[in-house]
Design a protein. Structure first.
Length: 412
């Protein structure tokens, strides 16, 4: 039996925004300028700015959420180390689980699939070297899968567990795994998403690649000069639709399909046919034609190579139809969340689809001449159909495409 998969809860932590309502408002208002990260001194780098979350504010919000909701959700003990490793994802998961209306008993049968760049590994490993820590907890928290392990323990999950660290396509790998677990009946509920903290090593690496814009991220702008790193957490609760209905939950959207591909071309230079293949497979699995897609949330890093390759791939898939989707990138507002990018962009896509409007691209001032509508100042942002797509690309030629759908009329 193949099950219908729906989204029943969402949670977000990014920049100075905590919660999907505040995130939705951020997307509607457009991008405030990035600034210096507080986690380290970025002054010695060529590009100095980031779309960084304030860790102290997020940890304060997490402590408050645990006091208010921890007992009702049956959450286990949370240590300071857990907060430093998986705090953003944990805070986002609390919101998503509460919105979904899941009880501690329901969570026992749930699974977890988390995307990250390196989990708590880099931070915790460095701390442990200084502290001489060789405990069992240290062994758990230095693995790339540490964030998933922390969420499993705190929420008391007994279902399938996995962690994905495959560059900037990590989140769609995590979503693909969770989607199949629910669709195949391995678990009625999965917590899926991303958890990443900005780190000096990542910041230095992208500076060394000269992939960072010194000012701000400007996707699909003729004057674009690169990405800007962001961080945060984004979690979706996805669920067997029959299970959701039986317990009285109201789905936010249907997750129609997800597809992954690799172009095997170059570690940092995407080949357009890899992404076009992922989009075509996602449409085929959803039994949809390209012209039913009203909006595409692009990977859109603001680098010369990525945006050009993505525009070519979009033309290959949607160019032959009578109508074309609005396309945009939300990285001008959130920055690039690396392994967590696809998760926060999946939530942005669901919010846009439910609102019927594509998010503003306020950082894109001089839009590139591509044969698609970009929701920049003065352009109509109305999404004309009930279907939207979200795409991710990653180093090594990794590609992913995810499709969401709302009912044509009414609600679920």
């Amino acid at each position: 039996m193949t099950r219908s998969v729906v989204v029943t809860g969402m949670g977000v932590v990014t920049r100075n925004v905590i919660g999907t309502r505040a995130f939705d408002q951020l997307l509607a208002d457009g991008s405030p300028a990035p600034g210096r990260p507080s986690q380290f001194d970025s002054g010695r780098f060529r590009a100095k700015n980031a779309y960084a979350t304030d860790p102290s504010a997020a940890n304060t919000a997490l402590r408050e959420a645990l006091l208010r909701k921890g007992k009702d959700l049956g959450l286990g003990n949370v240590t300071e180390t857990d907060m430093n490793c998986a705090g953003y994802g944990l805070l986002a998961a609390i919101e998503a689980v509460e919105q979904a209306g899941l009880t501690p008993e329901m969570l026992k049968s749930a699974g977890c699939s988390i995307a990250t760049t390196s989990g708590g590994m880099m931070d915790r490993y460095t701390d442990a070297l200084d502290e001489g820590d060789h405990s069992a907890q240290f062994q758990e928290l230095v693995t790339p899968g540490s964030a998933a392990l922390v969420l499993r323990r705190i929420f008391g999950l007994h279902g399938p567990l996995s962690s994905f660290s495959c560059a900037c396509a990590s989140s769609l790998g995590a979503v693909s795994y969770a989607f199949m677990r629910v669709r195949n009946g391995d678990a009625p509920v999965m917590l899926v998403g991303g958890n990443d903290r900005i780190r000096e090593a990542d910041f230095a690496g992208f500076n060394a690649l000269r992939a960072m814009d010194r000012d701000r991220c400007r996707p699909f702008d003729v004057d674009r000069r690169g990405m800007i790193i962001g961080d945060g957490g984004a979690i979706l609760v996805i669920e067997d639709e029959e299970h959701a209905r039986a317990r009285g939950a109201v789905p936010l959207a249907r997750m129609a399909s997800v597809a992954l591909s690799t172009d095997s071309h170059h570690i940092t230079c995407p080949k357009p046919d890899g992404l076009s293949r992922a989009m075509e497979q996602a449409l085929e699995r959803a039994e949809m034609k390209p012209d039913v897609v009203g909006y595409v949330n692009c990977h859109g890093t603001g680098t010369q190579i990525n945006d050009e390759a993505e525009a070519i791939a979009l033309e290959a898939v949607f160019g032959g139809g009578a109508t074309r989707p609005i396309v945009s990138s939300t990285k001008g507002t959130t920055g690039h969340l690396l392994g967590s990018a696809g998760a926060i962009e999946a939530i942005a896509t669901v919010l846009a689809l439910r609102a019927g409007e594509a998010p503003k691209m306020t950082s894109t001032i001089n839009p590139e001449d591509i044969p698609f509508t970009l929701p920049v100042e003065g352009e109509d942002r109305t999404i004309r159909t009930n279907v939207a797509m979200s795409n991710s690309l990653g180093f090594g030629g990794l590609n992913g495409s995810l499709i969401f759908q709302l009912p044509e009329t009414g609600d679920f």
